[in-house]
Ligand binder design. Structure first.
Ligand SMILES: Nc1ncnc2c1ncn2[C@@H]1O[C@H](COP(=O)(O)OP(=O)(O)OP(=O)(O)O)[C@@H](O)[C@H]1O
Ligand SMILES: [Mg+2]
Length: 418
């Protein structure tokens, strides 16, 4: 008889989701203590130093800060006028929206809220007034701070880092989190020194550390005896190769469990991990496509479409044909097409990302050109690109379950390098 599909789990499967905050963070005890020490002066009502936390992706930066925040907020001796504001800068487009978000945290009434459409100076002044009206020590966590600077420069950090000189009764502490280790290099010297008052580096996890993290999580998530020997080790080894990213390790374990469920299996086996890994790589490809610059996205879309038109033929498309359809698509989208040289650079970028492969072919008297082969699954990637707001006007309804053959489905292909 088939077992119930929820049999693998002890209870709440959310335990394996990225949003879940575990009660313990193995191998981050030192960093937790360091962050807590930097912020400890708030317990005496004193103003702590600004702090910059940096480390590669999935090294527990966001989780550690969330844990320290939670620990502090649970303390009965935390002065009532100390609070945290956590902003994920990855979700904000502009300096305006950051200042507006901070200010509105302190707006007591609808009338006090900062609307959209004001001048930046006015938003800044209003935010300052709102902070001062409430007083206290406010700890502003700017997660993914590097993305804010990449998008809108360091002007807003200058404003925030010197705000304490203008505030009367409130104090603002900055805790920046970055996964770009070199991000401070391009900051204005004054901003850099203010932000860098304290800094903590999060090193990548190695395979044994990732195993500990996964073991703890799987004890919470799965029933006893459900995870086969070797499963955790494989997930950890794979993620250790991917820069020691705990997020990747957890995603692999979560997907392995989903594969087992799909099979209605009683246990999660190494075979499920192998399948999960290939699924995860596809998801990563889709994610990678979503984050390409606009023209590069249009170019990739043009290539995929040309390839799709060829259906099951495995030969590639030529650069000239790609350029022509890229130009047509750009015009349809109201974009000024880029020059062939820029497109050639983008082709190299797509190749470096492992999304396409280009080989030089001789066209007899016609000289040499590049033939492009797609290295991603069309049936995943095309719809994902069509969902992108930039490309949505080009989208077409697609019959569900349609499977298109690309080189990705060829087991002999050289795998994507992302
Ligand atoms: N030491 C740990 N123990 C348990 N879970 C962890 C640990 N470190 C990270 N994780 C988990 O791994 C995932 C990624 O961690 P987190 O989001 O903190 O990484 P990050 O360093 O902020 O990455 P990014 O730079 O990409 O934002 C989260 O789900 C988190 O709960
Ligand atoms: Mg993070």
């Amino acid at each position: 008889m088939l077992r119930n599909v929820t049999d693998l789990y002890r209870g709440n499967r959310e335990v394996l989701r990225e949003t879940y905050i575990p009660s313990r963070l193995p191998h981050r005890e030192r960093q937790i203590q360091q962050v807590a020490e930097v912020l400890a002066p708030v317990l005496r009502g004193d103003v702590p130093s600004n702090l910059l936390i940096y480390g590669k992706i999935g090294t527990g930066k966001t989780a550690v800060v969330a844990q320290v925040r939670q620990d502090l907020q649970r303390r009965t001796d935390l002065p009532s006028q100390v609070s945290f504001i956590t902003v994920n800068c990855g979700n904000l487009d502009t300096a305006y929206s950051l200042l507006q978000t901070i200010g509105n945290t302190f707006a007591a009434t609808e009338a006090e809220r900062i609307p959209t459409g004001w001048s930046l100076d006015r938003v800044q002044a209003s935010m300052r007034q709102l902070l001062d009206a409430r007083g206290g020590i406010r700890i502003l966590v700017l997660d993914e701070i590097d993305r804010l600077v990449a998008r809108s420069g360091d002007g807003v950090l200058y404003t925030l880092s010197q705000l304490n000189t203008e505030l009367q009764s409130a104090r603002l502490i900055l805790v920046g989190i970055s996964n770009d280790l070199k991000f401070t290099n391009n900051l204005d010297a004054r901003v850099r020194s203010r932000l860098n008052e304290e800094k903590i580096l999060f090193p990548p996890y190695d395979a044994p550390q990732l195993q500990d993290i996964l073991k703890e999580r799987s004890r919470e998530a799965f029933k006893d005896g459900v995870v086969d020997a070797g499963v955790i080790e494989r997930c950890a080894a794979y993620a250790a190769l991917e820069n020691g990213d705990a997020r990747r390790a957890l995603a692999l374990l979560r997907l392995s469990a989903e594969m087992a469920e799909r099979d209605r299996a009683k246990r999660i086996t190494s075979d499920h991990v192998v399948r999960a890994k290939s699924r995860l790589e596809q998801d990563i490809i889709v994610e990678c496509c979503r984050t390409l610059p606009p023209h590069c996205k249009v170019l990739l879309y043009a290539i995929l479409q040309s390839f799709e038109r060829r259906r099951e033929r495995r030969d590639g498309v030529l650069t000239g044909e790609v350029y022509e359809s890229y130009t047509k698509l750009s015009v349809r989208l109201g974009l000024q097409p880029l020059h062939a040289r820029s497109i050639s650079n983008y082709l190299s970028e797509l190749e470096n990302l492992g999304l396409i492969r280009a080989t030089i072919v001789s066209r007899g008297r016609g000289g040499r050109t590049r033939e492009i082969v797609v290295d991603v699954p069309l049936n995943e990637t095309l719809p994902a690109l069509e969902e992108d707001p930039l490309l949505a006007p080009l989208g077409r309804p697609r019959p569900s379950g349609q499977r298109l053959l690309t080189n990705f489905d060829n087991p002999n292909r050289s795998g994507p390098t992302i």
